[in-house]
Design a protein around this ligand. Structure first.
Ligand SMILES: [Zn+2]
Ligand SMILES: [Zn+2]
Length: 279
């Protein structure tokens, strides 16, 4: 089954998110587990948690159709000890929220190493993944690939592999591939989406693709920039997305739209769902 839907707002209360996705015809969705712009937030209330769990059941969502996105303040590769510890604290909090909502996977950017060697940055990032997994039973981490600006890690399959290799909890770490980030980092998902995803599968084997972010791109192939566009309106183009949703390895994982025009989400969802269903 295809689990497709946008990253929806948790404004007012997180338990309103599933309904927002359902109204768009989505079969899956993404959320932040708290306001992603602040370091701390009050805990989720018992009422919000039980309402969220009930609503996802009511609309037929399963934990594997929902992919929470960790906040952008977290930098797992930070060379600054205090910032690394602060990031760990926030990541642990978001991991606990994810599990309390009965979800089992959280999406995270591997971080920027800022200074020193890339190898040390990879070690710090992997160490944080291990720490969070050790302290959060039942959780899996999906490391998101990046466009790779500056010292941001995770812009190649080699670097994703290095992050996985540096971690101890390898069975509970997989990846989210974001099409706009793939394109920005030089993987031509526009002209050869199957080739790119086959290369990922042959390196990592089956079961390591925990989710995808389906975004078109405003910026050219290999630009190292991250600028999302609506499906079919950017430089990747509609056909690539229609090909991706027909692949067996994208079944039963969340396929999240982080596209820029909310008014198009309903049409994007229905386009991709219908393309996938006639394969
Ligand atoms: Zn992301
Ligand atoms: Zn993304």
């Amino acid at each position: 089954m295809l689990y497709i839907g946008p990253h929806v707002s948790i404004a007012k209360d997180i338990s309103l998110a599933p309904e927002r996705a359902h109204e768009l015809g989505a079969t899956g969705f993404a959320i932040f587990t708290k306001n992603q712009r602040v370091w701390s937030a009050s805990p989720l209330s018992e009422e919000s948690i039980s309402s969220f769990r009930n609503t996802i059941m009511r609309y037929g969502y399963t934990p594997r159709s929902i992919l929470p996105h960790a906040g952008y303040l977290i930098n797992p590769a930070s060379p600054d000890k205090d910032l690394w510890e602060k990031s760990l604290g926030l990541f642990l909090d978001e991991a606990a929220r994810t599990v309390s909502l009965s979800l089992d996977t959280i999406n995270i950017h591997p971080g920027a190493y800022k200074e020193g060697s890339k190898e040390e940055g990879i070690k710090r990032s992997a160490a944080m993944m291990d720490e969070v997994l050790a302290r959060t039973p039942g959780l899996r981490i999906a490391i998101e690939n990046t466009a790779g600006a500056g010292t941001i890690l995770g812009s190649s399959f080699e670097e994703l592999d290095a992050l996985l290799s540096a971690a101890k909890e390898k069975d509970r770490i997989g990846f989210t591939l974001d099409t706009a980030h793939l394109f920005g980092s030089g993987y031509d998902v526009a002209s050869d989406p199957d080739g790119v995803l086959d290369a990922f599968a042959s390196r990592f084997g089956s079961g390591k693709l925990y989710g995808m972010h389906l975004n078109d791109s405003k910026v050219p192939l290999g630009s190292r920039k991250d600028r999302h566009e609506s499906i079919g309106k950017g430089l990747i183009g509609k056909d690539a997305f229609l090909a991706i949703v027909k692949r067996p390895d994208v079944q039963d994982i969340p396929l999240v739209l982080e596209t820029i025009d909310e008014s198009l989400w309903k049409d994007e969802v229905s386009l991709l769902l219908s393309a996938g269903s006639d394969s």
